[in-house]
Design a protein. Structure first.
Length: 599
């Protein structure tokens, strides 16, 4: 039976990650990078598409799980008719190969255990050669190889390797699975117990650097740990999620590959890291941004690969039926080629806040800004594909124009501070022109709200960004009317949908869950308005949607009460951190953003 998305937990080595089910099965693992082919793809298919299950053989009563304190070391405890056993899972931060360490620990009684290992490379499409001998299992196909080391006896059972063993109280049985390039020798054996101890120590050291001291400390730290796990350590790029094609609606086609780095997330990510004291990660993210966008400004993309790759060709994998039959399964993302105005604003805003936090203002950075703004001057008048990456006709999206305003506003502020005269008067003029146009064309007086696009009557939660980026103050009647309209028309069981998908104007069939970052934006808006008494219950409702180990997906279905979309989602956890900072009465990231009170 397919597990719900919330039944999974995350382990990772800061270069890739795995999802571990409540049933003890690792159903998703890509190696050696987040965006590599999966060697376990049961998440999007069946066990035959690859998985590694380690669980009691029978008589299960109930399961509990947790992360060890502030770490990404997972403990799943199985309570059975025969006793209690714990499976400890982790991936040591990468220093050699991709390692997955699993240790079965006997707590009480004597528990029969079963291991089922089905290895499939390239998202379940390739059955490898498997050789088993001397306590070591080798699997090889093409460029990929896996080696499993364990003291228990394994045997072949069709296309699966199995092991049956018993664990008594006080005993422990280790398993270490390592991926390596098939043309290289297998890595040396890894001591499983030492690896778990070292991984625990590594995460404890990282978490001690946090300066966050507000309310919801455990939730914020879990979100920060999740964010750290989604950073591709060699470059500093942050992937949106470790998964692809988890559906935004069960049975639907809104299934996208999120294993890439979105420029749009830049400002929120940077502010969340800075507010928590993680200056090194914030600096690495900013440097990744500057490297990724290097080149002609007209070639700016909305997303890049973890190392800054630009060609993210979208393909469908017909041999995978999809999560709960939600097809197609996609790898790559065609939205990487879309035209989205807002990325200019997000990129320049991120650099602006980095400088505010003490980052260097270099001549190269100002030259980058000048080149981007020269391009934006001729581009912001055009319709675009919008923040939600719609696959319908381009429109003059209100949010896109607001973020174009942000680009010119932050550039002008930076130039004023640095006494950089070149372009300053033009940037101010462009800023003022966009502001006037948005207030005239993007606001519908009859609705009393800013709308999704010029001339439209549709609401869009993206316009909740208007006070968060300082376009208008939260006290402005138009902002307050917009918030009231969104609460009236886009709320589902108290949570915010992005927009109404019923008319298929986004080029896709209707149906998706509520988008969790939008609900956090509502919290931030209410906090800015001084309506914390209304904001706090919404925030507490949102954090209550996290699963038992504190993880959140992209969306949520209030009707079936289940998480939807790729998991765990960086943007959701970033939004949680920022909203928690605001509601903790700290000078939170969203509230710190510069404000413009005219218009």
């Amino acid at each position: 039976m397919t597990l719900r998305i919330e039944d999974y937990a995350l382990i990772g080595d800061t270069q890739t990650a795995a999802l571990v089910g409540r049933d003890g099965s690792i159903d998703w693992l890509c190696a050696p990078r987040f965006d590599s082919g999966a060697c376990f793809a049961a998440l999007l298919g069946t066990p035959e598409h690859g998985r590694w299950r380690l669980a009691p053989a029978g008589g299960l009563q109930w399961v509990s799980r947790r992360y060890r304190d502030d770490t990404l070391v997972l403990e799943t405890t199985f309570h059975t008719d025969d006793g209690t056993v714990r499976v400890v899972d982790c991936m040591p931060p990468r220093q050699r190969s991709v390692d997955v360490v699993r240790i079965v620990e006997g707590i009480d009684g004597s528990v029969p255990m079963r291991m089922d290992l089905t290895i499939r490379f390239d998202y379940g499409s390739i059955i490898p050669w498997v050789r088993d001998g001397d306590g070591v299992l080798h699997a090889v196909a093409g460029p990929d190889a896996l080696v499993l080391r364990t003291p228990v006896v394994t045997r072949g059972a069709g296309m699966t390797t199995v092991a049956d063993f018993v664990v008594a109280a006080g005993e422990s049985v280790p398993f270490v699975l390592a991926w390596h390039p098939s043309h290289e020798a297998p890595p040396r054996p890894l001591d499983a117990s030492r690896a778990v101890a070292d991984t625990t120590r590594w995460w404890h050291t990282w978490c001690r650097a946090s300066t966050y001291d507000g309310e919801w400390r455990d939730l914020v730290m879990r979100s920060l740990i999740t964010l750290k796990a989604l950073i591709y350590a060699p470059t500093g790029g942050i992937v949106a999620a470790p998964t692809t094609s988890l559906p935004e609606w069960i049975g639907g086609v809104r299934n996208w590959d999120y294993r890439y780095c979105w420029v749009r997330d830049a400002t929120f990510t940077l502010l969340a890291l800075l507010h928590a004291g993680y200056l090194d990660e914030a600096k690495a993210w900013r440097e990744w941004l500057l490297r990724a966008i290097a080149g002609a400004p007209t070639d700016l993309q909305i997303m890049y690969g973890p190392a800054g790759e630009r060609r993210l060709t979208e393909l469908e994998l017909p041999w995978l039926p999809g999560y709960e039959q939600s097809a197609p399964v996609r790898v790559g993302n065609a939205a990487s080629g879309q035209f989205q105005l807002d990325v200019y604003g997000e990129l320049i805003d991120a650099n602006y806040h980095a400088v505010e936090a003490g980052a260097e203002v270099s001549a190269d950075l100002m030259n980058v800004h000048v080149a981007l703004l020269d391009t934006l001057e001729g581009a912001w008048h055009q319709p675009d594909d919008g923040i939600w990456e719609v696959r319908g006709p381009r429109q003059h999206f209100t949010h896109s124009k607001v973020m174009a305003w942000v680009a010119f506003d932050r550039a002008a502020r930076s130039a004023e501070r640095a006494h950089f005269a070149e372009g300053l008067s033009r940037w101010r003029a462009q800023r003022d022109e966009i502001h006037e146009q948005v207030c005239r064309e993007g606001y519908d007086a009859e609705l009393g709200a800013f709308v999704q696009a010029y001339g439209s009557k549709r609401l869009d939660a993206a316009v909740l960004m208007i006070p968060l980026v300082g376009f208008l103050p939260a006290t402005d009647a138009r902002v307050q009317g917009t918030v009231d309209a969104i609460r009236r028309d886009l709320l589902h069981d108290g949570l915010v949908a992005r927009y109404d998908t019923a008319d298929e104007s986004d080029g896709l069939p209707p149906g998706e869950g509520v988008f969790l970052p939008c609900s956090f934006w509502l919290v931030d808006n209410l906090a800015l308005m001084g309506r914390a008494a209304e904001a706090r219950p919404i925030f507490e409702r949102l954090v209550g949607l996290a699963n038992d180990v504190g993880l959140l997906a992209e969306e949520y279905d209030p009707a079936t009460k289940r998480l939807l979309g790729n998991f765990p989602q960086a943007f959701t956890h970033i939004s949680l951190v920022n909203s928690a900072c605001n509601l903790s009465h700290a000078v939170g990231p969203a509230l710190r953003r510069s404000r413009r009170n005219d218009g």
